[in-house]
Design a protein around this ligand. Structure first.
Ligand code: GDP
Ligand code: GDP
Length: 437
Protein backbone atom coordinates (compact mmCIF):
# COMPACT_ATOMS: atom_id res chain seq x y z
CA UNK A 1 0.00 0.00 0.00
CA UNK A 2 1.36 3.43 -0.87
CA UNK A 3 1.27 5.90 1.98
CA UNK A 4 -1.74 8.19 1.84
CA UNK A 5 -1.07 11.91 1.50
CA UNK A 6 -2.32 14.47 4.00
CA UNK A 7 -1.98 18.10 2.92
CA UNK A 8 -2.05 21.20 5.12
CA UNK A 9 -3.45 24.18 3.29
CA UNK A 10 -4.28 27.71 4.31
CA UNK A 11 -3.20 31.24 3.66
CA UNK A 12 0.21 32.47 4.87
CA UNK A 13 0.85 32.89 8.60
CA UNK A 14 -1.97 30.72 9.89
CA UNK A 15 0.66 28.29 11.21
CA UNK A 16 1.02 25.63 8.53
CA UNK A 17 4.73 25.08 8.92
CA UNK A 18 4.43 25.18 12.70
CA UNK A 19 1.82 22.41 12.53
CA UNK A 20 3.85 20.49 9.96
CA UNK A 21 6.88 20.50 12.24
CA UNK A 22 4.76 19.66 15.24
CA UNK A 23 3.33 16.55 13.56
CA UNK A 24 6.48 15.33 11.85
CA UNK A 25 8.65 16.15 14.85
CA UNK A 26 10.95 18.35 12.82
CA UNK A 27 12.80 20.88 14.90
CA UNK A 28 14.29 22.87 12.07
CA UNK A 29 12.59 25.56 10.09
CA UNK A 30 11.24 24.27 6.81
CA UNK A 31 12.35 27.16 4.74
CA UNK A 32 16.05 26.84 4.22
CA UNK A 33 17.86 28.30 1.32
CA UNK A 34 19.96 25.26 0.60
CA UNK A 35 18.92 23.89 -2.79
CA UNK A 36 17.28 20.51 -2.51
CA UNK A 37 16.56 20.87 1.17
CA UNK A 38 13.54 23.10 0.85
CA UNK A 39 11.94 20.82 -1.67
CA UNK A 40 12.41 17.66 0.35
CA UNK A 41 11.00 19.27 3.43
CA UNK A 42 7.65 19.74 1.74
CA UNK A 43 6.93 16.09 2.12
CA UNK A 44 7.66 14.22 5.29
CA UNK A 45 6.43 10.89 6.59
CA UNK A 46 4.44 10.77 9.77
CA UNK A 47 2.70 8.12 11.83
CA UNK A 48 -0.17 8.16 14.28
CA UNK A 49 -1.76 5.15 15.98
CA UNK A 50 0.11 2.81 13.66
CA UNK A 51 -1.12 4.47 10.48
CA UNK A 52 1.53 5.95 8.26
CA UNK A 53 1.00 8.86 5.94
CA UNK A 54 2.95 11.52 4.14
CA UNK A 55 2.34 15.06 5.29
CA UNK A 56 2.63 17.93 2.84
CA UNK A 57 3.09 21.56 3.81
CA UNK A 58 1.60 23.36 0.84
CA UNK A 59 2.89 26.68 2.15
CA UNK A 60 6.29 25.53 1.02
CA UNK A 61 5.10 24.82 -2.49
CA UNK A 62 6.75 27.47 -4.56
CA UNK A 63 4.43 29.59 -6.62
CA UNK A 64 4.80 32.50 -8.95
CA UNK A 65 6.13 35.29 -6.79
CA UNK A 66 4.52 37.95 -8.99
CA UNK A 67 1.04 36.51 -8.70
CA UNK A 68 -1.32 38.12 -6.26
CA UNK A 69 -1.49 36.36 -2.93
CA UNK A 70 -4.95 35.01 -3.54
CA UNK A 71 -3.86 33.33 -6.75
CA UNK A 72 -0.84 31.80 -5.06
CA UNK A 73 -2.85 30.34 -2.22
CA UNK A 74 -5.44 29.10 -4.66
CA UNK A 75 -2.87 27.35 -6.81
CA UNK A 76 -1.37 25.68 -3.74
CA UNK A 77 -4.80 24.50 -2.70
CA UNK A 78 -5.52 23.19 -6.17
CA UNK A 79 -2.28 21.24 -6.23
CA UNK A 80 -3.07 19.77 -2.84
CA UNK A 81 -6.51 18.75 -4.04
CA UNK A 82 -4.95 16.81 -6.89
CA UNK A 83 -2.75 14.72 -4.68
CA UNK A 84 -4.10 14.57 -1.17
CA UNK A 85 -6.24 11.88 0.42
CA UNK A 86 -7.10 14.11 3.37
CA UNK A 87 -6.88 17.88 3.63
CA UNK A 88 -6.24 19.89 6.76
CA UNK A 89 -7.57 23.37 6.14
CA UNK A 90 -5.93 25.67 8.64
CA UNK A 91 -7.44 29.00 9.69
CA UNK A 92 -6.35 31.52 12.34
CA UNK A 93 -8.72 31.87 15.27
CA UNK A 94 -7.15 35.20 16.18
CA UNK A 95 -7.79 36.97 12.90
CA UNK A 96 -11.06 35.25 12.08
CA UNK A 97 -12.28 34.57 8.54
CA UNK A 98 -10.60 36.47 5.72
CA UNK A 99 -11.44 36.69 2.03
CA UNK A 100 -8.64 34.22 1.28
CA UNK A 101 -10.15 31.73 3.72
CA UNK A 102 -13.48 32.05 1.99
CA UNK A 103 -11.95 31.49 -1.38
CA UNK A 104 -10.17 28.33 -0.28
CA UNK A 105 -13.29 27.09 1.49
CA UNK A 106 -15.30 27.48 -1.71
CA UNK A 107 -12.73 25.41 -3.58
CA UNK A 108 -12.80 22.72 -0.92
CA UNK A 109 -16.58 22.53 -0.81
CA UNK A 110 -16.59 21.75 -4.51
CA UNK A 111 -14.07 18.93 -4.18
CA UNK A 112 -14.80 15.40 -3.03
CA UNK A 113 -11.77 15.12 -0.74
CA UNK A 114 -12.31 14.83 2.99
CA UNK A 115 -11.49 18.12 4.68
CA UNK A 116 -10.78 18.85 8.34
CA UNK A 117 -11.30 22.47 9.24
CA UNK A 118 -8.78 23.44 11.91
CA UNK A 119 -8.69 26.68 13.86
CA UNK A 120 -5.15 27.37 15.04
CA UNK A 121 -3.70 29.66 17.69
CA UNK A 122 -6.43 28.90 20.19
CA UNK A 123 -5.34 29.85 23.71
CA UNK A 124 -8.46 29.09 25.68
CA UNK A 125 -9.90 25.66 25.02
CA UNK A 126 -12.63 26.07 27.62
CA UNK A 127 -14.37 28.71 25.53
CA UNK A 128 -16.26 26.98 22.70
CA UNK A 129 -17.22 30.27 21.06
CA UNK A 130 -13.71 31.05 19.82
CA UNK A 131 -14.18 28.78 16.84
CA UNK A 132 -17.90 29.41 16.22
CA UNK A 133 -17.35 31.90 13.49
CA UNK A 134 -15.72 29.25 11.29
CA UNK A 135 -18.90 27.20 10.91
CA UNK A 136 -19.76 29.81 8.32
CA UNK A 137 -17.17 28.28 5.98
CA UNK A 138 -19.52 25.34 5.48
CA UNK A 139 -16.93 22.68 6.21
CA UNK A 140 -18.29 21.22 9.42
CA UNK A 141 -16.96 21.43 12.97
CA UNK A 142 -13.78 23.44 13.37
CA UNK A 143 -11.16 21.60 15.41
CA UNK A 144 -9.43 24.03 17.80
CA UNK A 145 -5.67 23.59 18.23
CA UNK A 146 -2.53 25.38 19.14
CA UNK A 147 0.18 24.23 16.79
CA UNK A 148 2.82 26.23 18.63
CA UNK A 149 2.04 24.61 21.98
CA UNK A 150 0.95 21.22 20.65
CA UNK A 151 -2.48 21.49 22.22
CA UNK A 152 -5.29 19.28 20.90
CA UNK A 153 -3.12 18.17 17.97
CA UNK A 154 -3.66 14.55 19.09
CA UNK A 155 -7.40 14.94 18.54
CA UNK A 156 -6.67 16.39 15.14
CA UNK A 157 -4.51 13.40 14.24
CA UNK A 158 -7.27 11.04 15.41
CA UNK A 159 -9.56 12.71 12.90
CA UNK A 160 -6.93 12.48 10.17
CA UNK A 161 -6.44 8.76 10.74
CA UNK A 162 -10.21 8.18 10.70
CA UNK A 163 -10.43 9.78 7.27
CA UNK A 164 -7.48 7.99 5.71
CA UNK A 165 -8.53 5.51 3.03
CA UNK A 166 -9.47 2.27 4.75
CA UNK A 167 -7.29 -0.79 4.45
CA UNK A 168 -10.01 -3.16 3.22
CA UNK A 169 -10.64 -6.38 5.14
CA UNK A 170 -8.93 -9.49 3.86
CA UNK A 171 -6.31 -7.33 2.29
CA UNK A 172 -3.69 -7.11 4.96
CA UNK A 173 -1.47 -9.10 2.64
CA UNK A 174 -0.37 -7.80 -0.66
CA UNK A 175 -3.41 -8.98 -2.61
CA UNK A 176 -3.73 -7.11 -5.87
CA UNK A 177 -7.25 -5.98 -6.60
CA UNK A 178 -8.15 -6.78 -10.18
CA UNK A 179 -11.34 -5.38 -11.72
CA UNK A 180 -12.75 -7.32 -14.66
CA UNK A 181 -14.81 -4.96 -16.74
CA UNK A 182 -16.37 -4.88 -20.18
CA UNK A 183 -19.68 -4.82 -21.97
CA UNK A 184 -22.22 -7.60 -21.35
CA UNK A 185 -21.41 -10.89 -23.09
CA UNK A 186 -17.77 -10.21 -23.86
CA UNK A 187 -16.83 -13.13 -21.61
CA UNK A 188 -16.07 -11.64 -18.21
CA UNK A 189 -17.68 -14.45 -16.23
CA UNK A 190 -16.12 -17.06 -18.46
CA UNK A 191 -12.66 -15.59 -17.85
CA UNK A 192 -13.21 -15.42 -14.10
CA UNK A 193 -14.32 -19.03 -14.06
CA UNK A 194 -11.24 -19.99 -16.05
CA UNK A 195 -8.97 -18.17 -13.64
CA UNK A 196 -10.66 -19.78 -10.66
CA UNK A 197 -10.41 -23.15 -12.34
CA UNK A 198 -6.70 -22.86 -12.99
CA UNK A 199 -4.47 -25.37 -11.40
CA UNK A 200 -2.56 -24.17 -8.38
CA UNK A 201 -5.09 -21.44 -7.69
CA UNK A 202 -6.64 -21.43 -4.25
CA UNK A 203 -10.03 -19.77 -4.13
CA UNK A 204 -12.09 -18.39 -1.30
CA UNK A 205 -15.13 -16.18 -1.15
CA UNK A 206 -14.78 -12.80 0.43
CA UNK A 207 -17.36 -11.27 2.72
CA UNK A 208 -16.70 -7.84 1.23
CA UNK A 209 -18.91 -8.48 -1.76
CA UNK A 210 -20.84 -5.39 -2.75
CA UNK A 211 -24.04 -4.88 -4.62
CA UNK A 212 -22.11 -4.20 -7.78
CA UNK A 213 -19.60 -6.97 -7.91
CA UNK A 214 -18.49 -10.30 -6.50
CA UNK A 215 -15.09 -10.27 -4.86
CA UNK A 216 -13.11 -13.48 -4.95
CA UNK A 217 -9.79 -14.02 -3.26
CA UNK A 218 -7.35 -16.25 -5.06
CA UNK A 219 -3.82 -17.26 -4.27
CA UNK A 220 -1.28 -18.72 -6.60
CA UNK A 221 2.01 -19.60 -5.00
CA UNK A 222 3.10 -16.52 -3.09
CA UNK A 223 0.81 -14.22 -4.99
CA UNK A 224 -2.60 -13.09 -3.85
CA UNK A 225 -5.33 -11.43 -5.85
CA UNK A 226 -8.83 -10.19 -5.31
CA UNK A 227 -10.90 -10.50 -8.45
CA UNK A 228 -13.61 -7.87 -8.64
CA UNK A 229 -16.06 -9.45 -11.02
CA UNK A 230 -18.71 -7.06 -12.25
CA UNK A 231 -20.57 -9.80 -14.13
CA UNK A 232 -20.77 -12.21 -11.23
CA UNK A 233 -23.63 -10.37 -9.59
CA UNK A 234 -25.87 -11.09 -12.48
CA UNK A 235 -25.13 -14.80 -12.14
CA UNK A 236 -25.84 -14.80 -8.46
CA UNK A 237 -28.89 -12.62 -8.11
CA UNK A 238 -30.53 -13.29 -11.47
CA UNK A 239 -30.57 -9.66 -12.46
CA UNK A 240 -31.29 -10.28 -16.11
CA UNK A 241 -31.35 -6.76 -17.44
CA UNK A 242 -27.80 -5.51 -17.43
CA UNK A 243 -28.64 -2.40 -19.36
CA UNK A 244 -25.67 -0.76 -20.97
CA UNK A 245 -25.88 2.18 -18.62
CA UNK A 246 -25.98 0.08 -15.52
CA UNK A 247 -23.00 -1.98 -16.58
CA UNK A 248 -20.98 1.18 -17.15
CA UNK A 249 -21.76 2.36 -13.66
CA UNK A 250 -20.71 -0.96 -12.20
CA UNK A 251 -17.53 -0.88 -14.19
CA UNK A 252 -16.74 2.55 -12.85
CA UNK A 253 -17.14 1.48 -9.24
CA UNK A 254 -15.06 -1.63 -9.74
CA UNK A 255 -12.32 0.37 -11.41
CA UNK A 256 -12.18 2.80 -8.51
CA UNK A 257 -11.44 -0.03 -6.09
CA UNK A 258 -8.92 -1.80 -8.28
CA UNK A 259 -5.15 -1.82 -8.61
CA UNK A 260 -5.26 -3.41 -12.03
CA UNK A 261 -8.09 -3.24 -14.56
CA UNK A 262 -8.75 -5.91 -17.15
CA UNK A 263 -10.77 -4.43 -19.99
CA UNK A 264 -12.33 -7.36 -21.80
CA UNK A 265 -13.17 -6.93 -25.48
CA UNK A 266 -15.07 -9.28 -27.74
CA UNK A 267 -12.58 -10.26 -30.44
CA UNK A 268 -15.34 -10.70 -32.98
CA UNK A 269 -16.53 -7.13 -32.53
CA UNK A 270 -13.42 -5.00 -32.17
CA UNK A 271 -13.29 -1.87 -30.03
CA UNK A 272 -16.71 -0.23 -29.59
CA UNK A 273 -17.50 3.24 -28.28
CA UNK A 274 -18.53 1.77 -24.98
CA UNK A 275 -15.30 -0.18 -24.70
CA UNK A 276 -13.46 3.11 -25.10
CA UNK A 277 -15.51 4.67 -22.37
CA UNK A 278 -14.88 1.80 -19.98
CA UNK A 279 -11.14 1.76 -20.74
CA UNK A 280 -11.11 5.54 -20.31
CA UNK A 281 -12.22 5.27 -16.68
CA UNK A 282 -9.18 3.26 -15.78
CA UNK A 283 -6.96 5.74 -17.53
CA UNK A 284 -8.55 8.73 -15.79
CA UNK A 285 -8.35 7.05 -12.41
CA UNK A 286 -4.68 6.30 -12.96
CA UNK A 287 -5.10 2.51 -12.90
CA UNK A 288 -2.81 -0.03 -14.47
CA UNK A 289 -4.74 -1.60 -17.33
CA UNK A 290 -4.56 -4.67 -19.54
CA UNK A 291 -6.62 -4.96 -22.71
CA UNK A 292 -7.85 -8.52 -23.07
CA UNK A 293 -9.21 -9.46 -26.49
CA UNK A 294 -11.39 -12.50 -25.78
CA UNK A 295 -13.08 -15.07 -28.05
CA UNK A 296 -9.90 -15.23 -30.09
CA UNK A 297 -10.96 -18.76 -31.06
CA UNK A 298 -13.77 -17.24 -33.16
CA UNK A 299 -11.55 -14.86 -35.10
CA UNK A 300 -10.45 -16.12 -38.52
CA UNK A 301 -6.74 -15.54 -38.65
CA UNK A 302 -3.43 -15.89 -40.35
CA UNK A 303 0.01 -15.19 -38.89
CA UNK A 304 -0.42 -11.43 -39.19
CA UNK A 305 -3.90 -11.10 -37.74
CA UNK A 306 -2.72 -10.58 -34.19
CA UNK A 307 -0.30 -7.80 -35.10
CA UNK A 308 -2.91 -6.03 -37.18
CA UNK A 309 -5.48 -6.43 -34.49
CA UNK A 310 -3.10 -5.08 -31.86
CA UNK A 311 -2.38 -2.09 -34.07
CA UNK A 312 -6.11 -1.43 -34.51
CA UNK A 313 -6.72 -1.64 -30.74
CA UNK A 314 -3.83 0.74 -30.09
CA UNK A 315 -5.29 3.23 -32.54
CA UNK A 316 -8.74 3.10 -31.03
CA UNK A 317 -7.31 3.35 -27.52
CA UNK A 318 -4.47 5.67 -28.39
CA UNK A 319 -4.70 7.47 -25.04
CA UNK A 320 -3.44 4.34 -23.29
CA UNK A 321 -0.54 3.15 -25.42
CA UNK A 322 1.04 1.79 -22.23
CA UNK A 323 -1.55 -0.99 -21.83
CA UNK A 324 -0.48 -4.46 -22.96
CA UNK A 325 -2.92 -6.27 -25.27
CA UNK A 326 -3.57 -9.99 -24.76
CA UNK A 327 -5.43 -12.33 -27.08
CA UNK A 328 -7.19 -15.14 -25.30
CA UNK A 329 -10.06 -17.56 -25.40
CA UNK A 330 -11.84 -17.98 -22.11
CA UNK A 331 -13.71 -20.86 -23.75
CA UNK A 332 -10.70 -22.97 -24.74
CA UNK A 333 -8.31 -21.57 -22.15
CA UNK A 334 -5.87 -20.38 -24.79
CA UNK A 335 -3.25 -18.04 -23.27
CA UNK A 336 -5.33 -17.54 -20.13
CA UNK A 337 -2.17 -18.35 -18.17
CA UNK A 338 -0.69 -15.11 -19.48
CA UNK A 339 -3.39 -13.11 -17.78
CA UNK A 340 -2.14 -13.58 -14.21
CA UNK A 341 1.47 -13.12 -15.31
CA UNK A 342 0.63 -9.84 -16.96
CA UNK A 343 -1.39 -8.73 -13.94
CA UNK A 344 1.73 -9.30 -11.80
CA UNK A 345 3.88 -7.31 -14.20
CA UNK A 346 1.66 -4.26 -14.51
CA UNK A 347 0.80 -4.33 -10.80
CA UNK A 348 4.51 -4.19 -10.05
CA UNK A 349 5.07 -1.37 -12.55
CA UNK A 350 2.30 0.70 -10.97
CA UNK A 351 3.96 0.42 -7.54
CA UNK A 352 7.49 1.01 -8.75
CA UNK A 353 9.49 3.68 -6.96
CA UNK A 354 12.44 5.26 -8.64
CA UNK A 355 15.25 6.54 -6.45
CA UNK A 356 15.61 10.31 -6.69
CA UNK A 357 19.25 10.12 -7.79
CA UNK A 358 18.53 7.68 -10.61
CA UNK A 359 15.50 9.68 -11.67
CA UNK A 360 17.44 12.91 -11.86
CA UNK A 361 20.25 11.32 -13.82
CA UNK A 362 17.67 10.33 -16.46
CA UNK A 363 15.94 13.72 -16.36
CA UNK A 364 19.23 15.60 -16.66
CA UNK A 365 20.23 13.54 -19.65
CA UNK A 366 16.82 13.95 -21.30
CA UNK A 367 16.92 17.71 -20.81
CA UNK A 368 20.47 17.91 -22.10
CA UNK A 369 19.55 15.90 -25.18
CA UNK A 370 16.47 17.96 -25.95
CA UNK A 371 16.07 21.10 -23.86
CA UNK A 372 12.54 22.45 -23.34
CA UNK A 373 11.66 24.96 -26.07
CA UNK A 374 11.73 28.52 -24.79
CA UNK A 375 8.52 30.46 -24.50
CA UNK A 376 8.29 34.03 -25.79
CA UNK A 377 12.06 34.25 -25.83
CA UNK A 378 12.36 33.06 -22.25
CA UNK A 379 14.25 29.94 -21.37
CA UNK A 380 12.36 27.13 -19.67
CA UNK A 381 14.50 25.26 -17.16
CA UNK A 382 13.85 21.94 -15.49
CA UNK A 383 15.79 21.83 -12.24
CA UNK A 384 14.93 18.68 -10.47
CA UNK A 385 12.35 15.89 -10.25
CA UNK A 386 11.08 13.64 -7.51
CA UNK A 387 8.60 10.78 -7.39
CA UNK A 388 5.87 11.64 -4.90
CA UNK A 389 3.50 8.75 -5.35
CA UNK A 390 2.88 5.29 -6.77
CA UNK A 391 -0.30 3.82 -8.29
CA UNK A 392 0.13 5.58 -10.57
CA UNK A 393 3.76 6.64 -10.42
CA UNK A 394 3.60 10.43 -10.05
CA UNK A 395 6.52 12.76 -10.56
CA UNK A 396 6.89 16.37 -9.60
CA UNK A 397 9.21 18.43 -11.79
CA UNK A 398 10.51 21.72 -10.47
CA UNK A 399 10.91 24.36 -13.14
CA UNK A 400 11.18 28.12 -13.48
CA UNK A 401 8.02 28.16 -15.66
CA UNK A 402 5.49 25.42 -14.95
CA UNK A 403 3.05 26.89 -17.46
CA UNK A 404 5.81 27.06 -20.08
CA UNK A 405 6.36 23.32 -20.29
CA UNK A 406 4.54 22.50 -23.48
CA UNK A 407 2.35 19.41 -23.69
CA UNK A 408 4.58 17.86 -26.32
CA UNK A 409 7.58 18.32 -24.06
CA UNK A 410 5.70 16.66 -21.22
CA UNK A 411 5.11 13.75 -23.57
CA UNK A 412 8.80 13.68 -24.37
CA UNK A 413 9.70 13.51 -20.68
CA UNK A 414 7.11 10.80 -20.10
CA UNK A 415 8.59 8.75 -22.93
CA UNK A 416 12.08 9.16 -21.52
CA UNK A 417 10.91 7.97 -18.12
CA UNK A 418 9.17 5.00 -19.71
CA UNK A 419 12.27 4.12 -21.71
CA UNK A 420 14.43 4.25 -18.63
CA UNK A 421 12.11 2.63 -16.08
CA UNK A 422 9.50 0.63 -17.97
CA UNK A 423 6.16 1.28 -16.30
CA UNK A 424 4.42 -1.05 -18.73
CA UNK A 425 0.68 -1.12 -18.22
CA UNK A 426 0.46 1.86 -15.91
CA UNK A 427 -0.28 5.50 -16.59
CA UNK A 428 2.29 7.86 -15.12
CA UNK A 429 1.68 11.43 -14.06
CA UNK A 430 3.91 14.44 -14.40
CA UNK A 431 3.27 17.54 -12.33
CA UNK A 432 5.16 20.78 -12.94
CA UNK A 433 5.84 23.18 -10.12
CA UNK A 434 7.67 26.38 -9.77
CA UNK A 435 10.97 25.89 -8.03
CA UNK A 436 14.46 27.20 -7.80
CA UNK A 437 17.75 25.82 -8.90
P1 GDP B 1 2.50 29.47 7.69
O1 GDP B 1 2.85 30.66 6.89
O2 GDP B 1 1.04 29.15 7.57
O3 GDP B 1 3.38 28.28 7.46
O4 GDP B 1 2.64 29.89 9.23
P2 GDP B 1 3.86 29.67 10.26
O5 GDP B 1 3.87 28.26 10.74
O6 GDP B 1 5.10 30.22 9.68
O7 GDP B 1 3.34 30.55 11.46
C1 GDP B 1 3.06 31.93 11.35
C2 GDP B 1 3.19 32.61 12.68
O8 GDP B 1 2.17 32.14 13.58
C3 GDP B 1 4.53 32.32 13.36
O9 GDP B 1 4.97 33.49 13.98
C4 GDP B 1 4.17 31.27 14.40
O10 GDP B 1 5.04 31.29 15.49
C5 GDP B 1 2.77 31.66 14.79
N1 GDP B 1 1.99 30.52 15.29
C6 GDP B 1 1.85 29.30 14.73
N2 GDP B 1 1.05 28.51 15.49
C7 GDP B 1 0.68 29.26 16.55
C8 GDP B 1 -0.15 28.99 17.70
O11 GDP B 1 -0.68 27.89 17.90
N3 GDP B 1 -0.32 30.03 18.56
C9 GDP B 1 0.26 31.23 18.39
N4 GDP B 1 0.06 32.16 19.29
N5 GDP B 1 1.06 31.52 17.33
C10 GDP B 1 1.28 30.54 16.43
P1 GDP C 1 -20.12 -11.65 -19.58
O1 GDP C 1 -21.49 -11.11 -19.74
O2 GDP C 1 -19.10 -10.64 -20.01
O3 GDP C 1 -19.82 -12.19 -18.23
O4 GDP C 1 -19.96 -12.85 -20.65
P2 GDP C 1 -20.09 -14.43 -20.41
O5 GDP C 1 -18.85 -14.94 -19.73
O6 GDP C 1 -21.39 -14.72 -19.78
O7 GDP C 1 -20.02 -14.92 -21.91
C1 GDP C 1 -21.01 -14.57 -22.86
C2 GDP C 1 -21.08 -15.64 -23.92
O8 GDP C 1 -19.85 -15.70 -24.65
C3 GDP C 1 -21.29 -17.03 -23.34
O9 GDP C 1 -22.17 -17.73 -24.19
C4 GDP C 1 -19.90 -17.65 -23.37
O10 GDP C 1 -19.93 -19.05 -23.48
C5 GDP C 1 -19.32 -17.01 -24.60
N1 GDP C 1 -17.86 -16.90 -24.51
C6 GDP C 1 -17.14 -16.36 -23.49
N2 GDP C 1 -15.81 -16.42 -23.79
C7 GDP C 1 -15.71 -17.02 -24.98
C8 GDP C 1 -14.59 -17.36 -25.82
O11 GDP C 1 -13.41 -17.13 -25.52
N3 GDP C 1 -14.88 -17.95 -27.02
C9 GDP C 1 -16.15 -18.22 -27.40
N4 GDP C 1 -16.32 -18.80 -28.56
N5 GDP C 1 -17.20 -17.90 -26.64
C10 GDP C 1 -17.01 -17.31 -25.45
Amino acid sequence: MPKPIVAIIGRPNVGKSTLFNRITGGRVAIVEDTPGVTRDRLYRDAEWCGRQFTLVDTGGIATHQDDPLVARVRSQAEQALKEADVIIFLVDSRTGITADDEEIAALLRRSDRPVILVANKVEDFSDPTVTHEFYRLGLGDPVPISAAHGLNTGDLLDRVVELLPAVPAGEEGDALKVAIVGRPNVGKSSLVNRLLGEERVIVSDLPGTTRDAVDTYIRRGEREYILIDTAGMRRKSRITVPTERYSVLRALRAVERADVVLVILDGTEGVTEQDKKIAGYGHEKGKATIIVVNKWDLVPKDERTMDHYREAVRQELSFMAYAPVLFISALTGQRVDQVLMTIDAVGEAASRRVATGTLNAVVREAVLLTPPPSVKGQEVKIYYATQVKVKPPTFVFFTNRPEGVHFSYQRYLENQLRQAFGFEGTPIRLIFRRGRE
